[in-house]
Design a protein around this ligand. Structure first.
Ligand SMILES: NC(=O)c1ccc[n+]([C@@H]2O[C@H](COP(=O)([O-])OP(=O)(O)OC[C@H]3O[C@@H](n4cnc5c(N)ncnc54)[C@H](O)[C@@H]3O)[C@@H](O)[C@H]2O)c1
Ligand SMILES: [Zn+2]
Length: 380
């Protein structure tokens, strides 16, 4: 089968590899109809992780089941499914509590597994024609048959639940105001979740024009961080600090120049922009070590934040990978009923022949590349 390979910084290629097969009775094999490229893939693509050559990327996968192991009871060949990016066993303490992003049974020595991601276990990604899904009954969410809502359903693997989770982590309640930093796919989904869930005002901070325009189109107030201090812009427009803030940028945040990395800038800003006793949701990725970081302490994973201000304001915060399975069933049903259409964020749908080019353009955030869906087996 064809699969997208990581070769080294800024280099991926499409290669022929062996197709996966059932390795355990609880596995299934899925023919991938859609696999999305994620901002999280870019950290690896840019060489800013310990990812090694040969890794097949792709943790946002959906498709049709072609084979089930003898232990699989809820699924059958031909079922249309989407897989949360988390690989989870469904039986450890964290899974029992719904915290599937921190499963202790799938990645020895670590809490959490994922497909096609560095340090997240031996699970090859779905930017390939086929993928093996372990603990298939637990890790597949079934979808209505056919090809309807394909682009919406593909976003159930990660970004729609992750954006939603950002608000949950922040402790959001309907009627509150929210500032979302980052208008990438995750930020736009957090903003969209705020709109769906009845936020009074949603401010979205970025500088990429197409992304800010997408935020405005769904009813948010765009804030360009290059124009002037985004915290001041928000406080002025909102008539005071916001109730909740979401960091959908992560450790590769850039400063006001738009090109120099400053890993703590967004954390600093969300602490400033949120009212006393408000809440912060931090789905943006931070790493325990980052040799490519711009300052010595961030290289060691120590991000300097105004903790005294956080204490003084009595803010609470939540962070970490999203427990996708806690939300994806319900978000699927919002899509089916027509109450949510997250695919507004999708900018490009491409075949394997265009995958390398799509990585390059998505990475450079040019030509409107916001969310790319790969079709590893060609058009639907
Ligand atoms: N917690 C999870 O489970 C989870 C899941 C998916 C992605 N993520 C992480 O979420 C983050 C966002 O993902 P994405 O796919 O949207 O990525 P992305 O790279 O497409 O988007 C990030 C956006 O942040 C903007 N940005 C950079 N510096 C900024 C600043 N100082 N202020 C405001 N905006 C700034 C960029 O212009 C860009 O549009 C990444 O760190 C990704 O790894 C986390
Ligand atoms: Zn992702």
């Amino acid at each position: 089968m064809k699969a997208l390979h990581y070769e080294g910084p800024f280099k991926v290629s499409v290669k022929e590899v062996d197709a996966p097969s059932i390795a355990h009775p609880d596995d299934c094999i899925v023919k991938v109809t859609t696999a999305a490229i994620c901002g999280s893939d870019l950290h690896m693509y840019q060489g800013r992780t310990a990812a090694e050559a040969g890794l097949v990327f792709g943790h946002e996968n959906m498709g049709i089941i072609t084979e089930v192991g003898s232990g699989v009871t809820l699924l059958k060949k031909g079922d249309r499914v989407v897989m949360p990016f988390n690989v989870a066993d469904g039986r450890c303490r964290n899974c029992e509590e719904g915290k599937t992003a921190f499963c202790t049974g799938v990645n020895p020595g670590f809490a959490g597994g994922a497909y096609g991601y560095v340090a997240m276990g031996p699970y090859q990604g779905g930017q390939a024609q086929f993928i093996r899904v372990p603990y298939a009954d637990f890790n597949c969410l079934t979808l209505p048959p056919g090809i309807e809502h394909e682009a919406d359903f593909a976003l159930l693997a990660d970004i729609f639940p992750t954006g939603w989770h950002g608000l949950v982590l922040a402790g959001f309640k309907p009627g509150e105001s929210v500032a979302v930093f980052g208008a990438g796919p995750v930020g736009l989904m957090a903003a969209y979740s705020g709109i769906i869930r009845g936020a009074s005002n949603v401010y979205v901070v970025d500088t990429v024009p197409e992304r800010l325009a997408a935020a405005e189109k769904i009813g948010c107030i765009p804030i360009d961080f290059k124009a002037s201090d985004p915290v001041e812009q928000i406080i002025q427009k909102n008539g005071g600090m916001v109730d909740r803030a979401v960091d959908a940028v992560g450790y590769q945040a850039v400063d006001a120049s738009g090109s120099k990395e400053k890993p703590n800038i967004v954390l600093e800003q969300i602490i400033k922009v949120t009212r006393p006793t408000g809440g912060l949701g931090i789905p943006g990725l931070y790493v325990p070590a980052d040799p490519g970081a711009p300052d010595a302490q961030s290289k060691e994973g120590n991000i300097l934040i105004p903790f005294g201000k956080l204490f003084e304001k009595g803010l609470h915060l939540g962070t970490g990978q999203c427990n996708v399975k806690a939300y994806s069933r319900y978000l699927r049903d919002l899509i089916i009923s027509g109450r949510a259409k997250p695919s507004f964020v999708v900018s490009h749908e491409v075949g394997m022949d265009e995958a390398v080019n799509a990585y390059d353009k998505f990475d450079r955030r040019i030509d409107g590349y916001t969310k790319v869906l790969l079709r590893p087996n060609g058009p639907l």
